[in-house]
Ligand binder design. Structure first.
Ligand code: GUN
Ligand code: FE
Length: 423
């Protein structure tokens, strides 16, 4: 017996980066966790299926967060007056070291996963910490929540404080064992290889992680060309690398056969962009974090024009908000600053482009995810507009744009992931 049902209401979704389709008072049909189609009336074969109607609401695809640090969630919004490397040493490393203690990890991760469950995010690519036990716990929590996640045990074997460092051997062995244990354990969760960034990982460790990836075919995430001091440091550490990304590529950890997502790419050179394009490396654009830790303004228009795959990341706690709607508006606003201050030939991002990056663009990292075309995963968020009244008429596209700017978790009245209703 297949599981078939429909949602009825005002539906909006991207079909490509320039286009948001809007369908008022339509039916969105789910069959076995996948979108069957969007219909103005129910086709004969579906006439008896259960229908849930959402009034005064907009039905949209779930959002994908391509870069978020789970252990950093509880101190988001604190100590934002530092630049990246100082911020890591002052805030991040001391906090992440607490996840050695499973009790603490449980308290912190429960808060994070519950908030993500209530948000518009249906899929996330997540950093944990170096601690494998706490990372497993985070994976268990995601599994129960129903939100789909790729979760990474972080690797760090150099340039890290003695309270948050591993030996090269332990880091590689723990990673391999953890991948073997978790790769097929969950419905909603998968492991992802997660060297923190080049400064905290020796060549020897990177080589071992490359071997692990070739053996297990697990995807990979890291940071790339985020901050000027970081980039200068990578040059010193890896004098043979042609550019920052080449330091990953030298170890076979830069896309190709296995999906790879790199956060930030604020200062990627043309050579780096070209290599990323060749290898199909995704960019997680994290505009709020780029502002908070003063990394810079990403030339995201240029990245898109180069043909790169770009999604959005909250990068909590570099980003202070978990909201991907906030990431969309930050992306638009940052692109306006880039246009005004840096390059008036780089057009500002449109709402279509920002909405696409938060849905289809990032969703592609998970497969057929992020739109309501037939065969895509039935990941759905329902936004209720009742407490944001207006006297004038708006069309559905305008209503959507307004909700991207104005809505928060209180407006999310229903959420489905692959047909599974979370609330
Ligand atoms: N680079 C290395 N680690 C981090 C981190 O935790 N956050 C951000 N934004 N950049 C990093
Ligand atoms: Fe990050």
């Amino acid at each position: 017996m297949s599981d078939i049902f429909a949602l009825k209401g005002d539906i909006a979704f991207s079909t490509d980066i320039q286009t948001i389709e809007t369908r008022e008072n339509h039916y969105l049909v789910c069959k076995d966790g996948k979108v069957e189609g969007v219909f103005d009336r129910l086709p004969e074969e579906f006439k008896d299926i259960p229908v849930t109607e959402y009034k005064n609401s907009i039905i949209i695809p779930g959002l994908s967060d391509l870069h978020v640090h789970a252990p950093q969630y509880s101190y988001r919004g604190l100590n934002m007056d530092l630049e990246l490397l100082e911020w890591l040493n002052t805030n991040t490393f001391p906090e992440e070291s607490k996840f050695k203690d499973l009790e603490y990890a449980k308290r912190s991760y429960e808060i994070f996963v519950e908030d993500m469950r209530k948000s518009a995010t249906t899929r996330a690519v997540v950093f944990a910490t170096i601690h494998t036990e706490a990372t497993r716990l985070l994976m268990d929590l995601f599994e129960t929540s129903g939100v789909k996640a790729m979760v990474g045990k972080v690797n760090m074997d150099r340039n890290s404080p003695e309270y948050l460092i591993e030996t090269t051997e332990d880091s590689a062995n723990d990673t391999l064992n953890w991948i073997l244990e978790t790769a097929n354990k969950y419905q909603n969760v998968k492991p992802i290889i997660t060297p923190r960034f080049i400064p905290t990982c020796t060549d020897e460790l990177m080589a071992k992680l490359g071997e692990i990836q070739r053996k297990t075919k697990v995807p990979m995430q890291s940071h790339l060309s985020e901050n000027l001091d970081e980039i200068a440091w990578v040059k010193e550490l890896c004098p043979d690398a042609e550019f920052y990304g080449d330091a990953y590529d030298k170890h076979g950890l830069f896309g190709g056969e296995c999906k790879t997502v790199m956060a930030h790419c604020v200062y990627s050179t043309p050579e780096e962009v070209e290599r990323m394009k060749e290898r199909g490396v995704y960019v997680a654009h994290c505009p709020q974090s780029n502002m908070n830790v003063a990394s810079g303004i990403s030339p995201v228009r240029r990245l898109l024009e180069s043909g790169l795959k770009v999604g959005l990341g909250s990068d909590v706690a570099g980003g202070s908000s978990l909201s991907l709607f906030r990431a969309m508006t930050d992306a638009i606003q940052c692109s306006k600053l880039y246009y005004r201050i840096m390059d008036q030939s780089a057009k500002q991002l449109t709402i279509e482009e920002a909405f696409y990056m938060g849905t289809m663009g990032g969703g592609e990292f998970f497969g057929k995810v992020g739109t309501f075309l037939k065969g895509y995963a039935f990941d759905v968020v329902v936004l209720n507009e009742e407490d944001l009244p207006h006297p004038q008429e708006f069309n559905l596209k305008q209503r959507l744009e307004r909700m991207v700017y104005l809505s928060d978790d209180r407006h999310i009245t229903a959420k489905y992931v692959e047909g599974n209703k979370l609330f």
